[in-house]
Design a protein around this ligand. Structure first.
Ligand code: ATP
Length: 362
């Protein structure tokens, strides 16, 4: 990991009887995009607000570029304006009755920057987000995407060490949100920004982040690069939060060649499972066999060693086809190529690669 810019240890926080955060800790490298991901109420925004200094933790410590900005033990708690962090919210929080330029200039005025300097820095910030031409327009009259870019320019204008973003794209419509993802990523890469990003949207987190902390009930369930979390989830919660999974009931028949053979409970046949990140349960254990739907191949001919099935129906989706496949008593939703749309009613073989299978308690 690059040199850490943020180091967090043992953050805990309650609201009355609600335990919002329990012993949260992580470090973030300079130039990293670090995402706090999780369902509503898991504690993402509270973590971000504590980092920003907008909320106090009961316990823990936060260091920014080596300096302690919060410590419950040492009674250190720098106010938000002394933390040199920029913040962007879902609601944009654009000031009404102000032009775009005045909105962006505001944080500099608060910091006592001089007039000429303000003009230069506002112009630079507006250029970054491609809003130079809108500088003199009334900010609230801009489109949602443009307003969010004003919020971004306003957060960047004083060159904060870390940018905190709380669901910054969720107020935008789907098309704009996808476009803004690219814009944000390009800007982050160009300027080498360190971002702490809060979202409940797994695809946004997977696509933008260098690392993700997936939270649940105020704790971090798993922390790592997106691909690690997706391909080697540590818990069922992580597995199911980050995408679709096909599961089949089975029992470990034997441990062989460093892998396991699982006999299926509700379908004929057995499956080989290669060693992965998860340990194998002992022979005789009831398990759920899990695999991501895009890892399964539908073979019309051949498919030796696969599971015999029948395609009950198909949902054509343009770039792919979702196939409902009956295998014994199990009904599985498999992602096939667009051509699979023509396979309704056909007998096929499902090929499940041994290295893509993981075993879970049942
Ligand atoms: P969302 O995506 O819905 O914003 P979140 O993951 O950001 O959720 P938080 O807003 O951090 O979650 O809330 C964590 C827990 O703390 C929740 O149970 C929430 O109800 C509670 N909570 C947060 N802020 C307060 C507050 N000011 N007063 C009382 N309870 C609060």
């Amino acid at each position: 990991m690059p040199e850490p810019i943020i180091e967090i240890r043992g953050l805990s926080k309650s609201f009355g009887s609600v335990r919002a955060l329990e012993d949260i800790g992580f470090s973030i490298g300079k130039g990293e995009v670090f995402t706090l991901l999780g369902p509503s109420g898991c504690g993402k925004s509270t973590t971000l607000r504590i980092i920003a200094g907008l909320e106090d933790a009961e316990a823990g410590e936060i260091r920014l570029a080596g300096n302690t900005i919060f410590s419950s033990e040492r009674h250190i708690n720098l106010p938000p304006e002394k933390r040199n962090m920029g913040m962007v919210f879902q609601s944009y929080a654009i000031w009404p009755h102000m032009t775009v330029a005045a909105n962006v200039a505001y944080p500099l005025k608060l910091r006592g920057v001089s007039g000429a300097d303000i003009r230069d820095r506002v112009a630079r910030a507006l250029k970054l987000v491609d809003l130079e031409a809108q500088a003199d327009r009334d900010a609230p009259k801009l489109s949602g995407g443009q307003q969010q870019r004003v919020a971004l320019a306003r957060a960047l204008v004083y060159e904060p060490e870390v940018l905190l973003l709380d669901e910054p794209l969720s107020n935008l419509d789907v098309k704009l949100r996808e476009q803004m993802r690219f814009e944000l990523k390009l800007l982050q890469e160009r300027l080498g920004l360190t971002l702490i990003y809060v979202t409940h949207d797994q695809s946004e987190a997977l696509s933008l982040s260098d690392r993700i902390a997936l939270m649940n009930f105020g704790r971090i369930e798993q922390l790592g690069p997106p691909r690690d979390l997706y391909e080697n989830p540590a818990t069922e919660f992580v597995r199911d939060f980050l995408g679709k999974t096909i599961t089949l009931a089975g029992r470990v028949a034997a441990l062989e060649n460093g892998g396991a053979r699982v006999e299926l409970a509700r379908a004929p046949g057995s499956l080989a499972c290669a060693a992965g990140a998860r340990a194998f349960p002992a022979a005789g254990t009831d398990v759920m066999v899990a695999i991501r739907p895009e890892k399964v191949r539908i073979a019309v001919e051949g498919g030796n060693g696969g599971l015999p099935g029948r395609i009950e129906t198909v949902l054509y989706q343009g770039e792919r086809t979702e196939c409902l496949v009956r295998v014994g008593e199990e009904l599985l939703t498999i992602y096939g190529p667009p051509e699979a749309a023509g396979l309704r009613g056909r007998d096929v073989t499902l090929v499940l690669p041994a290295e893509a299978i993981s075993l879970w308690p049942r």
